[in-house]
Write a protein that binds this ligand. Structure first.
Ligand code: SF4
Length: 352
């Protein structure tokens, strides 16, 4: 079914959606209070790949510490990452920080207020830019986040994997065609709420759906098939060794990871086995232990981690320079933005 319908349909469609939102929509989310472009931006970035209930405490902590763009721009990346630790997809935090510095230096501590300028900032795509402008500046722009893609493919009967350029183009056309000129912030939120609370991935609540009367997928009994999935490939698995080098004062040796790639820019355990510690890092161990392996799943692969504990004989202060390595006492590494599974491993070791 193509995304074509009479022009007046959009007014009628948005009327149904807005009336539903007035009665059932979410109106007490923290970023809807004291609404500003900055707060909407932070929330939109956190909500990419992450559910509202998970985001709320992170958002509140983040905005307490960085109430405005300048506070965020002036902070160190380490501090930003430490407040992000546990949310995952750390490129989002690095981009947020970089974009805040651009806004401080080029836009007088403000976010720009056009689609083009917003999209030129790191980490802001078309849908995020549109969501910021509609919610903070009352501008009418179509959005197309994961929730909207789901109900839109079902309602309009759009087939094909939404990651394909042609399908994406069709989705944008449909989202634009439905866009009303009135109440931009509410219409944006209503679309998100429809996907998040009614048109769920599994078992959508079609009986409570305000647009069920003309839903293609409901009428054609193909809700389960939409949105279509990419031909599923098995997720590859990688294995790696990590070493917890601990000196006689209980300090742990950590290494800052490269700025890109998994856990980019975060402090983590050196990704080498204990034998390589002597050769590559110049560490001498008193004893070594093999700990239980564990698995962590990323979006595109699974990582099997084999941890080792290397107890170092002396106060091991000497590590080779130029390796981004540093010793941290427990009170210090707890303050760092460590990847969640690494933090858990160190906490478990401390408590054992
Ligand atoms: S009727 Fe069901 S499948 Fe269609 S948009 Fe509503 S909740 Fe989604």
């Amino acid at each position: 079914m193509a995304a074509e319908f009479p022009a007046k349909f959009s007014a009628e469609f948005s009327g149904r959606l807005l009336a539903w939102w007035d009665r059932h929509g979410r109106k007490d989310l923290p970023w809807q209070q004291q609404r500003s472009a900055y707060r909407v931006w932070v929330s939109e970035i956190m909500l990419q790949q992450t559910q509202v209930t998970t985001v709320i405490p992170y958002f509140e902590r983040f905005c307490r510490r960085f109430p405005g763009i300048q506070d965020l721009a002036d902070a160190s990346l380490d501090e930003v990452l430490s407040l992000w630790a546990g949310l995952g997809y750390y490129a989002r935090a690095r981009n947020l920080h970089r974009a805040a510095r651009i806004c401080r230096d080029q836009y007088n501590d403000e976010l720009p207020d056009t689609l083009e300028a917003l999209q030129s900032l790191p980490g802001i795509g078309r849908s995020t830019a549109a969501a910021i402008l509609s919610q903070a500046h009352n501008q009418a722009h179509a959005i197309l986040d994961g929730n909207v893609k789901r109900w839109l493919t079902r309602h309009r009967g759009i087939h094909g994997w939404p990651g394909k350029t042609a399908v994406l183009r069709e989705l944008w056309q449909a989202a634009e065609a439905l866009l009303p000129g009135r109440r931009p912030p509410d219409y944006t939120q209503a679309q998100m709420d429809l996907g998040a609370t009614v048109c769920l991935r599994r078992k959508p609540k079609c009986g409570a759906c305000p647009v069920s009367d003309d839903c293609y997928a409901l009428q054609n009994d193909c809700i389960e098939q939409l949105p279509e999935r990419r031909n599923a490939k098995p997720i590859p698995q990688r294995e790696t060794a990590i070493t917890i080098a601990r000196d006689k004062h209980g300090r742990i040796l950590l290494q800052r990871r490269p700025p890109t790639g998994i856990w980019g820019g975060l402090w983590s355990l050196p990704e080498i086995g204990p034998d390589d510690c002597a050769e590559q890092l110049g560490l001498r161990g008193k004893s070594e232990h093999v700990l239980a392996p564990f698995q962590h799943t990323f979006s595109h692969f699974r990582l099997l981690l084999q941890p080792y504990l290397l107890e170092c004989a002396e106060t091991a202060t000497a590590v080779r320079s130029g390796t981004d390595l540093q010793w941290f006492a427990p009170s210090e590494w707890r303050q760092l933005g460590l990847p969640q599974p690494i933090k858990k491993l160190l906490n478990d070791l401390e408590n054992s």
